[in-house]
Design a protein around this ligand. Structure first.
Ligand code: PLP
Ligand code: ZN
Length: 417
């Protein structure tokens, strides 16, 4: 084991560590433990970092560079510079739901309009470090956008694999960046399996396969930003959408790291998970009290969350149980209601995943699983413009008229009567 000498300059990261047996391996492109095939995670030497140092950093996720597995100077290199998205006070939504204090972390403000720009930024730094000139991914849609765009800007080749039934708004917004876009006649889990085979055969950096340990760390920046933007403290509760389960676990990891660094006080928080009923394997396991997750065949309009066999599902369950949170799920009709409620109360147009979060929060409230007086942060991870089909049937002009004043006056009085 030569781990201590391996890539000593990759920030504070010193090894990849098995999440099951703790075995260490070098910081290369591997994702499964050579001892037990468990998933690998980046391990860090203890760091010291002050609020002032972070605040002096760039206005992007790279202000937390010291806590990420990247070569120094990542924030200064050309790139899309995601992060530092808005944390929006949601008083109108809070009033509508009868709760005291609510925030929306709005990651639709990222360069390709979802939180996936964060994970890709970290994966791409490592693809470059490890000498890959092609980056690839298996995607439920948003990752496809983020990989194609980041590759274009970095001058790398991209090969993106998606299920062929994706929303048009995610196909077009990937293809526009150039690169190869492969539509696979199958669901995400089929696409993922195929990508594991391609990754074994080709010398490509698959951001969520052989670069997954680095990729996953990018999600921590959502948690860091929430804590910093609240004025260096933790919320009482956070509600995260769950696809593979990675984002949820990394928000928790971010909070724990900030406590360990002394950047925030060690206050209790609960982590909640949100899924669509049509793809709710983690929610089902939570409700049944199971530790193992039974894979499902997805059938939901929330395609960005449609992972039937979620890699980080068991770890998401651990986090939720440890923090006293819960995971629930909502129907496609409730997802649409969630999108509209957020749009009509706060002027934020979320994609289906955001609708899942708002609707699941409402459900958790009605089931008494979340305290209405807990200061809560809802994660909106994507932009509604990419999933127009979800709301198109119920979001149409109020009425149509001829270009005549009288016609307008008549119809408007009728409508507002
Ligand atoms: C990928 C994605 C998620 C969740 O991702 P995890 O795999 O659970 O980390 C949530 N929302 C949107 C919009 C996504 O694209
Ligand atoms: Zn292991």
């Amino acid at each position: 084991m030569t781990v201590q000498s391996a890539t000593p300059s990759l920030g504070a990261a010193y090894a990849l560590k098995c999440r099951e047996c703790g075995a260490l391996t070098e910081l290369d492109a591997s994702y499964a433990c050579f001892e037990c095939f468990g998933p690998l995670e980046v391990a860090y030497a203890p760091a010291t970092l002050t609020r002032a140092q972070i605040e002096a950093g760039p206005p992007s996720m790279w202000r937390y560079e010291a806590l990420l597995p990247v070569l120094p100077g990542a924030g200064g290199r050309p790139g899309l510079r995601p992060g530092l998205t808005k944390l929006v006070r949601a008083d109108n939504l809070a009033a509508a739901l009868g709760v005291t204090s609510l925030w929306v972390k709005d990651d639709s403000g990222n360069p390709t309009h979802s939180f996936k720009d964060r994970v890709v930024a970290v994966a791409l730094e490592n693809a470059r470090r490890l000498g890959y000139d092609t980056i690839a991914c298996a995607s439920t849609g948003n990752l496809a956008n983020a990989v194609a765009a980041a590759a274009a800007r970095a001058g790398l080749t991209s090969v993106v694999f998606v299920p062929s039934n994706l929303e048009a708004g995610k196909i077009v917004t990937t293809a526009v960046y150039g690169g190869t876009l492969v539509a696979v006649d199958g669901n995400y889990d089929d696409v993922n399996r195929l990508c594991c085979e391609v990754a074994a055969a080709r010398d490509w950096g698959f951001v969520n396969v052989n670069l997954r340990p680095y990729y996953a760390e990018g999600s921590k920046t959502v948690g860091y930003e929430v804590a910093e933007q609240l004025g260096w403290r933790l919320p009482d509760a956070v509600v995260s959408p769950v696809a593979s389960g990675s984002l949820l676990t990394k928000v928790d990891k971010a909070f724990q790291e900030f406590v360990a660094l002394g950047l925030v006080a060690d206050t209790a928080y609960q982590v909640f998970g949100a899924q669509a009923t049509g793809c709710s394997p983690v929610s089902q396991a939570f409700r049944a009290g199971h530790d193992v997750i039974r894979p499902v065949k997805p059938d939901t309009i929330a395609k960005s969350l449609a992972i039937g066999n979620p890699a980080d599902g068991p770890y998401a369950l651990d986090v939720v149980r440890r923090t006293g949170g819960a995971i629930s799920d909502v129907s496609d009709e409730e997802v649409v209601e969630g999108i509209k409620l957020l749009a009509e109360t706060e002027g934020i147009f979320a994609e289906t995943a955001g609708g899942v979060v708002v609707a699941t929060y409402r459900r958790l409230l009605s089931e008494g699983l979340v305290d209405p007086s807990a200061e809560t942060v809802l994660l909106n991870t994507g932009d509604g413009l990419k999933t127009l089909d979800a709301v198109a049937p119920t979001s149409q002009p109020s009425f149509m008229i001829s270009p005549s004043f009288d016609d307008f006056e008549t119809r408007y009085s009728e409508e507002s009567a």
